[in-house]
Design a protein around this ligand. Sequence first.
Ligand code: UD1
Ligand code: CA
Length: 454
Amino acid sequence: MNVVILAAGQGKRMHSDLPKVLHPLAGRPLLAHVIATARSLDPGVICIVYGHGGEAVREAMAQPDLIWAKQEPQLGTGHALAQALPHLNSKSPTLVLYGDVPLTRAQTLRDLCRAAGKGLALLTVELADPHGYGRIVRSRGSIKRIVEEKDASPAERALREINTGIMVLPTARLKAWLAGLKNKNAQKEYYLTDVVAAAVKDKLPVHSAHPAAAWETLGVNSKAQLAELERVFQAQTAAALMQQGVTLADPARIDVRGSLACARDVAIDVNCVFEGEVVLGAGVSVGANCVLRDVKVAAGTRIEPFCHLQQADIGARCRIGPYARLRPGTELAEEVHIGNFVEVKASQIAARSKANHLAYVGDTTVGRDVNIGAGTITCNYDGVNKHRTIIEDGAFIGSDTQLVAPVRVGRGATLGAGTTLTRDAPADALTVSRAKQVTISTWKRPVKQKKETK
Ligand code: UD1
Ligand code: CA
């Protein structure tokens, strides 16, 4: 099979500099959804007809198996398909998809291909309000032609079965049909829809198939429609997660922009966003208002509310947050506790170590059973280069300590609160850098001076 994706339209109603088909739905461009669906059908050829903002589209989607056909100027859907024709295998049928119709299911398209046989098949739906669409004109049940809204008579406009635009065509016949298209219509365009009447004239059967859900054929022309389809997509994703056994506090308040793999008994509270590839182990719970991007969480870990986690690998039975930030390169072993207002970056933290309050741990290797006190900061950046800090097993870092990297804290060492560590701290000893505390008993508080009045 050949797949042609029509994507040359301008998308003026998006009011955006970004080409319409690059606007993201669930974190991926609209066109990427259509390409993924096309690929799942395992076609011989995928050809994308591009035009407006085309080079940006090509660059964004550059993949070796895609063929690109430029349409300039854009003279209608029939003219668009004609640009793809030289790239198609004439021995197999051609499926036409739209780059701005992202949610059609592969099964619906397989049904459509089966319906086509050696002839044509149109994906159609009955709409309560068919306004704006091409209408399917039948006679004694069989499809005769498609008439566009702008060209339709009042009687034709009353028809409620519409052309979704998605169709399967016999490729060998397309050359003659497309060459025969005329643009004598209300929009002065070469309508792909006119090939239906041409096929009927050539005595080819025209079949129809219907999607299981109407949203499968919805297109995006405006930001409002984009938001509507985003909700449809998220509702489907939430339903699939619950089907697998995931507990969602509210299926209307989760957003998955990528892939979310969950083991058994995962629970997700409201307003969480999952981006990229996220993997949650058995029994993991994610509190309200968390954002996880490219994160792996092992079994039994609890993420408390308001955490922002990115490119982190979190071990089993950890406790993260509330209000924790894990940045790229964070690796936590099991039973690590990262508490509120703690930021970790490019650091490995071994089992059972804790940083429970207000700390920055960057470019650091932390051993097991380490306690990092409140207000501890690794000074990993000298303004030019980043340096590493090493904290060995069992060390105790007193509150409000600065570790000026590169520096090493030995096994079992204790740093007194307020220490500014600029040299290595030996194992099993107390290291403290602190001005001696003094009390000045003769000191008097200043008294407010009276202003002289004139
Ligand atoms: C088209 C159909 C109409 C159908 C409707 C469904 C025709 C003549 N009409 O109408 O029957 O009900 O879709 O949404 O086909 N495109 C190009 N090049 C062009 C024109 C369009 O690539 O010169 C692409 C667009 O990017 C879009 C698709 O074709 O992906 C449909 O174009 P659009 O302008 O939305 O078609 P409609 O006039 O709405
Ligand atoms: Ca349209």
